[in-house]
Ligand binder design. Structure first.
Ligand code: NAD
Length: 420
């Protein structure tokens, strides 16, 4: 099994990105500390009765980074790599993302440290319900609204929503997003992050003078984000020549048949051994393919100062959160490669989560077409704002996006004032 790109230090990366934005904005050290520090953190024990009758103790976290603009919002991750610092970093990126695309939330994130592939469905349900009841005092439709992330899905959200509702004595649809459509989930939510990544990727390629039809792309990660990104890129005429997952990578210079690859993954659980392709020596090599577009859509910290000079793509669009370290950003920028940052590129998920929350709170449902049109409008508008701001100030897209978002959050914070 190839497991590459173990997280380096996502919190250090997030704080460096913030400090670069704060420098541009000319804010005080006190304001940096306020923006760099989560408002609220909760660490909980999650005791699990395993199917064999033994008891195992898992640890979970929920971090609410900022509450200035509204309730906090962010995914729930199940992974053996979860740490409190990783959750803090992911919560901070959520704050900037929500501000950048103007959804009325602060950022949050949650995680439970375990490998969900090693647990039965019954065990996953018990973990989810116990974790939810432990963090219940700080979540809610007007407090903090979880959603799926690595290792969790719409079933996880259904269990969370049910646990919260049973303990509240009535059904509370707005407590989580990314729910099944039968339970108040939004049409178009499952594909939203991937669609948003592709809207921005196509715009960024054109911005760099690359015609999407016939251009080449590689996608790292074939989960909820990477899989849809590969599919929508292929539908737009882009030749997806390589994809990877945590088990390995496949490569076809003439372009992979993405629907056939999806069928292979459904049947086997991995991209590995997909017939119409050749293997790469290890998953990470996918990052170094000579392609027009690279979409890292797996985990954070995969492109750093040790390997950035080997990344061959002209345009890198971050489907994952935090895949590129600040030092790698500098190397890629110096090489003339365009990096479209996570807080812009993968914001489609939180945009449609916001639509889902609005629909749930109003108990009025939109059509899939309405959701997709509104998503595209917001993604394109956010891309254009960031592109223009970067050009006006002659700064990289990440610095433009982060400083715009930090300014929005700070303006809200200052307008509210310090209590008491
Ligand atoms: P997922 O669990 O559905 O999929 C993760 C994929 O990455 C799997 O295919 C896994 O095999 C693969 N992977 C893990 N480690 C890898 C490695 N080292 N090399 C190659 N592949 C590897 O998770 P997801 O929801 O698709 O999330 C992926 C990323 O996108 C995360 O950074 C997440 O925070 C971010 N994100 C997700 C959403 C969303 O709506 N799900 C929204 C915004 C951002």
């Amino acid at each position: 099994m190839t497991v590459l790109g173990a997280t380096k230090d996502p919190l250090a990366d997030a704080r460096t990105q913030l400090s670069r934005a704060v420098d541009v904005l000319g804010y005080s050290p006190g304001m940096f500390d306020m923006l760099a520090t989560p408002r609220r953190e909760l660490t909980v024990s999650v005791p699990l009765r395993r199917d064999d009758g033994s008891v195992e103790l898992l640890v979970g976290h929920r971090v609410q980074h900022n509450l200035s603009r509204g309730p906090s919002k962010g995914g729930l991750r199940y992974s053996p790599d979860v740490t409190l610092d990783e959750v803090r970093a992911l919560a901070m990126w959520m704050t900037w993302k929500c501000a950048l695309v103007d959804v009325p939330y602060g950022g949050a994130k949650g995680g439970v440290r375990f490998d969900p592939r090693l647990y039965s469905r019954g065990e996953l349900q018990r973990i989810t319900r116990r974790y939810t009841s432990e963090i219940m005092p700080i979540i809610g439709p007007s407090q903090d609204i979880p959603a799926p992330d690595i290792g969790t899905d719409e079933q996880t959200m259904a269990w969370m929503m049910d646990t919260y509702s049973v303990n509240s004595g009535h059904t509370v649809l707005g407590v989580v997003t990314g729910k099944p459509v039968a339970l108040g989930g939004s049409l178009g939510r499952a594909s939203a992050t991937s669609r948003g990544v592709v809207h921005v990727a196509l715009a960024a390629m054109r911005h760099r003078g690359l015609q999407p039809v016939g251009a080449t792309a590689a996608v790292q990660g074939f989960g909820k984000v990477g899989r849809g990104a590969a599919r929508f890129l292929a539908e737009a005429g882009v030749r997806v020549v390589g994809v990877s997952d945590q088990y390995g990578a496949v490569h076809a210079p003439e372009g992979l048949d993405v629907p056939a690859l999806e069928a292979h993954v459904d049947a086997t659980g991995s991209v590995v051994d997909f017939g119409a392709s050749e293997a790469l020596p290890e998953g990470g090599d996918l990052l170094f393919l000579d392609v027009d577009l690279l979409v890292p859509a797996a985990v954070e910290g995969v492109i750093d100062e040790t390997n950035a000079h080997r990344v061959g793509a002209r345009v890198i669009v971050e489907g994952a959160n935090g895949p590129t370290s600040p030092a790698a950003d500098d190397i890629l920028g110096a090489n003339g490669q365009l990096v479209v940052p996570d807080i812009l590129a993968n914001a489609g998920g939180v945009i449609v989560s916001y639509f889902e929350w609005v629909q749930a709170n109003q108990a009025y449902w939109w059509s899939e077409k309405e959701v997709e049109q509104r998503l595209e409008e917001r993604m394109v508008r956010a891309w254009e704002r960031v592109r223009d701001h970067a050009a006006r100030h002659d700064i990289p897209l990440r610095l433009a996006a982060t400083s715009m978002a930090v300014e929005t959050v700070t303006t809200a914070h200052l307008a509210r004032g310090l209590y008491p």
